[in-house]
Design a protein around this ligand. Structure first.
Ligand code: ADP
Ligand code: MG
Length: 299
């Protein structure tokens, strides 16, 4: 994994970010320090979804969902089958174009942007490893992870007439790939074909691949499906480590309520395409409407 210590102080920040937190400024800080702080994205709310709506023919999959996700949080998105969770993810990450509503990421309107453009901004979701990647090794899968310009450098590097900077980039990419595999403790599988991995190892690889894009925020749609308890523990541990070490933000769809309640500090409940409730796990657990949504009122 590459060094992210430069944090969110990117140069291409929107103008409409909130004022800097005065507590982060030294007393007597000069104007340039103030400007620097103003450029920084405030700790706050990287993702805002407002009035999101998605229709497929006659079906309204998402029906005016509004919510936001706090920086560095592990936020759970729950709801019964068909509630619109996956469609919401697809609208946020550009897989589907919303019928209505807006998606803002780090202060910028990304509604309807292409998936690669959104990923390049640092908002990614995991994707199942495509069948053709089964024929490649774990390391090759990592090197081919969608990484914007770095992905192109690989294509160029197989062409004759290599430039040294291209070689340098590939070396860096390979090092990143190894470090990320080590982080997920699947580096011993680097030369294994992806098709030979267990379901759980595959999930770890999916997460590892997504991390190669150096995201600021990840959307995980049922990442623990088919994962044994030991690997599930490991995945959760890595997610929490990424939050602490790199200030990554996670939005997680998961049907295991215990897992959600134990690991998320904020929970959003969707039902029939809308946000039914949101809040702390304690608040959600106490909401009878939520129980009804899940159990059809048979409580
Ligand atoms: P969840 O992930 O919460 O189970 P989904 O977002 O997958 O729910 O689905 C919400 C609703 O939208 C369901 O009724 C589903 O059948 C429908 N739906 C989802 N994707 C499509 C699609 N591509 N075309 C038509 N209907 C869809
Ligand atoms: Mg789903």
């Amino acid at each position: 994994m590459s060094d992210r210590s430069d944090g969110p102080a990117d140069a291409d920040l929107p103008d409409d970010v909130d004022a800097p937190d005065p507590e982060t400024l030294e007393p007597g800080a000069d104007d340039s320090a103030v400007e620097e702080a103003a450029k920084r994205v405030p700790r706050g709310v990287p993702l805002r979804v407002e009035g999101l709506r998605k229709e497929f023919g006659g079906i309204t999959a998402v029906d005016g969902a509004t919510f936001s996700v706090e920086q560095g949080s592990l936020t759970g998105l729950i709801g019964p089958n068909g509630a619109g969770k996956s469609t919401t993810f697809n609208c946020i990450t550009g897989v589907h174009e919303p019928t209505d509503g807006t998606v803002h990421f780090r202060g910028e309107d990304i509604t309807g942007d292409r998936p690669h453009a959104i990923a390049n901004r640092g908002l990614v979701r995991t994707f199942q490893i495509a069948r053709e990647l089964d024929e490649m090794t774990v390391l090759e899968n990592m090197m081919l992870a969608p990484g914007g310009q770095r992905g192109e450098s690989i294509t160029r590097s197989v062409l004759p007439g290599l430039r040294s900077d291209v070689v340098g980039q590939e070396t860096e990419l390979r090092e990143d790939a190894w470090e990320t595999l080590e982080f997920f403790e699947i580096d011993h599988l680097a030369e294994e074909y992806a098709g030979n991995l267990s379901g759980g190892q595959r999930k770890l690889l999916e997460l590892a691949r997504a991390l190669m894009t150096e995201p600021d925020m990840m959307l995980l749609d049922e990442p623990f499906a088919g994962v044994n308890p030991t690997l599930e523990e490991k995945l959760l541990d890595r997610i929490h480590a990424l939050r602490e070490q790199e200030d990554l933000t996670f939005l997680l769809v998961e049907h295991d309520m215990d897992l959600i309640m134990e690991n998320c500090e904020h929970v959003i409940v969707m039902h029939q395409g809308r946000v039914l409730d949101e809040g702390t796990p304690e608040k959600i657990k106490a909401n009878e409407e939520v129980i009804e949504a899940y159990l059809g009122g048979e409580v």
